[in-house]
Ligand binder design. Structure first.
Ligand code: MN
Length: 201
């Protein structure tokens, strides 16, 4: 995917070097390795990335782990990059997403606190997700490595990458500082669009 903004667009919250390496090296490597795996099974050419991850159990066994890791890597990073934009203080959701958050957590701040705790306590490399469940509820879930929620029938609308490569250059081991900065660059309009599309189906 092409980034919808320049490498330095998320400064000062997320630095240009991190975004550049994250997108042009890490993300690109997942794309390349997924394509290498798929080249072994031309029959899968007609499958979309969503197909591959939702029907992972039908993917030939010799490349299933590669699709799970690298296909998940591509999908997860696509959502991560897509749901960010140039940052601002006081960046909060509006509309149906805010309504649902307020209903379920009491306030945006209470939701944020739970998300922060989940992100801070995720052990090792993984992702903290905001997903829509099959009964249109919102839920915060942690998943390890590059596991993708759509494989588990959950539909994500927002995600924070908790792999160290997402923040180590700028804040080293201080993960909570990165998560604090990430709140400033969330593109809530895109999150809202996704939520509306999913819940109006
Ligand atoms: Mn990453």
């Amino acid at each position: 995917m092409t980034l919808p903004y320049a490498y330095d667009a998320l400064e000062p919250y997320i630095d240009a070097k991190t975004v550049e390496i994250h997108h042009s090296k890490h993300h690109q490597t997942y794309v390349n390795k997924l394509n290498e795996a798929l080249a072994k099974h031309p029959a899968l050419e007609s499958w979309s990335l969503d197909d591959l991850l939702t029907k992972l159990h039908e993917v030939p066994e010799d490349i299933r782990t590669a699709v799970r890791n690298h296909g998940g890597g591509v999908w997860n990073h696509n959502l991560y990059f897509e749901t960010m934009r140039p940052g601002q203080e006081g960046n909060v959701p509006t509309g149906a997403v805010l309504e649902n958050i307020t209903q379920q957590w009491g306030s945006f701040e209470a939701f944020q606190e739970q998300f922060n705790t989940m992100a801070a306590t995720l052990f090792g490399s993984g992702w903290t997700w905001l997903v829509v469940t099959s009964d249109a509820k919102l839920e915060i879930v942690n998943l390890p490595l590059q596991d993708c929620p759509i494989t588990q029938n959950l539909t994500p609308i927002l995600v924070c990458d908790i792999w160290e490569h997402a923040y180590y250059l700028k804040v080293q081991n201080r993960r909570p500082e990165y998560v604090d900065a990430w709140w400033k660059v969330i593109n809530w309009e895109v999150v809202e669009e996704k939520y509306t599309t999913i819940t109006s189906k």
